[in-house]
Every structure is written in C-alpha cells, then in structure tokens.
Design a protein around this ligand. Sequence first.
Ligand SMILES: [Zn+2]
Ligand SMILES: [Zn+2]
Length: 328
Amino acid sequence: MSDELRVRFWGVRGSYPTPGAGTVKYGGNTASVEIRAGERTIILDAGTGIIPLGRELARRASVQKRPLEVLLLFSHLHHDHTQGFPFFVPAYMPNARLHIFGPGGTPETLSSVLERNQSTETFPLGLREMASSKDIQSVRESQIIVWDESGICLAESAAGLNDEAVIIRIHKSYAHPGGVYIYRVTWRGKSIVYATDTEGYVGTDRKLVQFAKDADVLIHDAQYSEEHYRGQLVGFPSTQGYGHSTVTMACEVAAASEVGQLILFHHDPSYSDEMVTGMEATAKSLFTDSVAAYEGLEIVLRDEKKMTERLQSPSPRPLSQREKGQWK
Ligand SMILES: [Zn+2]
Ligand SMILES: [Zn+2]
C-alpha cells in the first residue's frame, strides 16, 4: 500500500466551466478534487473536473484489475459542484461501488437532488440506470465518515480509531447561500481541509479557523479580488454577500489556523490566467505558502516519523457506534 496522502486538482473554477485561451494555465473545469490516502480514493465535489478524473479512475481499475470503490463527498449541491456527475464514467461501471455523501435536510435529500438532475427532461439516463452500486446519503454535521480496513461507514465518534483509518469530519458553514459542508480529511496524522464556497467574516471565521487548525493543506475559496468584492472593478458589481471569499479572507483563515499550505480555489469564471496569477502574488505576500490551484496540481504529504510509529503500534482496534449505509 502506498504511504502517501495525495491531493490532485481536476477542476478549480467556480460557477461555470471556462474553456478558452485565457484560462489554459489554471484550467476551466469546475470544482473537483481527488484525495488518495494510500489506495483509497476520495473525491471532493463533482464539477466538470470529475469527468477526466472518472476516465483516469476507470483506466487505473483496468490496469490494477480491481473493482473501483470511491467515496464522493459533495460540499453542497449547486450546479458547479454536481454538473459533472452524469458524465462520471465509474458511475456506469457495473462492478464499481460509489459511496456518495453530502448535505441535506433528510437522509434522502442528496439522492433526490441527483435524481432530479437526471430527470427524463434533462438527461437521457436516470440515476438508477447507471450500472454502478451506489450508496447515496445526506449526512449530518455531527457524523464522522470513516474508511478503514472493514470499509466505509458513518460513526458518531472517532474514539477507538487508529491512524490507519481515513477519518473525515464535517463543519457546516452558513457563509454561503443554503449552507455548505467543509470537510477535514485526516489519515496517519496528516490533514487536508476543503473549504470551498464560503465567504470570510470581519475578524475571520472563528469556527472555520478552529476546524482547520494545524491542517497540512487548506483548500480555501478565493474567488474574488478585493476590487471586485468591493465593487471597485469597472464593469463588475460588488459581490459582498455572494458567499465567496477574497484572497485576503482566505489568507486570514490560513494564518489564524496555522496551516502548512494554502491553496486558493474556486477561481472566478471571468478571470483570466493573468488575474489569477496576480491574486496568487497577493496571497504570497500575506501568507507565504500560498498557491493558486490549477488543473493537474498535485501535493504529496509524507511523514517518515509517522511511518516508524505506525510499524511499532499495536493492531487496529474494532470500531464502535457504527451505522451501515443502504446500497441502492
Ligand atoms: Zn461553487
Ligand atoms: Zn455554491
């Protein structure tokens, strides 16, 4: 098993896809991020970036001659986070197992939204006609998603789990219309926080800072330049209250939560590569370890010390308070 925790960006744009000469450097696909914890694959959001990722996962499964098992987490259900799902190749593979979790008022909210997105009027194939096995559930903020040697499940507490389990915590933010889930993925002592579609508060979002504390990587919404946000960019109205952050807001959260790296994410679809490069420079002046996300960006987290500790630790203890998902 690989010992690395990897993050790869497949779609970094907000709102709608933006192909064209002006977006070649950062890419035009909407939000989709792949995390690999050893051999386990976790996908954050299903914007159009999930389409090339799906082809890559199908290729890997065929090379490895192993059925695919994927955990897909939705931050929320706005179009730019779901529009790639109907074209996600693994969803059509009969031996693939997809665990799909996200927000919703009832456990069925997520599946009913995905079904509506593929109604007979809007798409040729319904969700239920996609051949893969799918466990689709809306989850609560208080639940913890666990992926260990016995599979994927929802737990109420992380008590008794060891470093070998991938543990995913949820923070529900209200700083975006309709609310949004922010995820913290932890494996072998390394953490990645995915905080897209969230607007900063005056004095910083304290709850988010606490949630992201000491993470190795913080992926944070940084859709707007300061001028755009304040309505000072010619031809653009102010975007205050739209539910997206400026570079400064993202850097404030990164600094206050003392993360290792900040990745600027959810670039405005009207911004050219030059504008995003300028925003990255601004970010670096405020928080040194800042990078603007681009398609193909990959971050690898390793911890040799942790490896040694792991090899000396006792065997995993069983989980408690488990809930098993329904396969649909
Ligand atoms: Zn979005
Ligand atoms: Zn949104």
